[in-house]
Design a protein around this ligand. Structure first.
Ligand SMILES: [Zn+2]
Length: 214
């Protein structure tokens, strides 16, 4: 039994879109579908098909426009239900116009988020539990997806290698973010791998040692 993680850096910002899959059952989730062109879309759909994955969830770490650019497309392509936090819906409503200001033509404001996650909710990929950990502060509805049995988490823009998410955008709050990371993430095992929404991966132990925000 093992878990497979594949990273797709997408769009010019670039955002890390991930596919995480249980090798045994082929059940998979896509995290932050932010792809913007056919090339990026084909890489992802080819990966799903080549590996015979069954996409069970579309998981949003938060709803800033760069993380949701392909939300309606992935729904059309896979039919998989979308999960995220209700507190970020106001961001999704503005995402199309925000994207337009950067020259991206998308149409996602009517895309329905099928399930709202609360802190502690659990989803399943085969034998693996995915725990939704609410860590607001970068956005009010930021969720970290933690898979304890695999020792990995998908942190979105909450925690980066030697940095944290910006807190100057609507609904952001610095102290809330710092306190959330300290109490909910840095308390997890040191060898937990952190897959961030931008840039390289890190571990909880490395951040406890080298991240100057803590
Ligand atoms: Zn963000």
């Amino acid at each position: 039994m093992s878990i497979i993680v594949k990273k797709f850096p997408v769009n010019p910002f670039p955002v890390n879109c991930f596919i995480v899959a249980d090798e045994d059952t082929k059940q998979a989730a896509i995290i932050d579908p932010g792809y913007i062109n056919d090339n990026e879309r084909n890489l992802i759909s080819d990966y799903i098909q080549t590996n015979d994955l069954k996409l069970k969830y579309v998981l949003l770490t938060h709803m800033h426009f760069d993380h949701v650019l392909a939300l309606s497309d992935i729904k059309r392509m896979t039919g998989a239900p979308i999960y995220g936090a209700e507190e970020d819906l106001f961001l999704l409503k503005n995402a199309s116009s925000q994207a337009a200001s950067f020259g991206f033509k998308i149409d996602i404001e009517d895309t329905k988020v099928d399930h709202f996650l609360k802190d502690g909710d659990e989803l399943h990929l085969g034998e693996y539990n995915i725990v939704a950990i609410s860590v607001p502060g970068h956005s009010p509805g930021s969720i970290v997806y933690y898979i304890p049995k695999a020792g990995i988490m998908f942190a979105g823009d909450v925690l980066f290698r030697q940095s944290i998410g910006r807190t100057d955008l609507p609904g952001g709050d610095y102290n809330t973010l710092i306190n959330g990371i300290k109490s909910k993430l840095l308390t997890l095992p040191d060898d937990t791998i952190v897959y961030s929404g931008h840039g390289a991966e890190t571990t909880i132990g490395y951040e406890k040692k080298y991240n100057s925000f803590f």
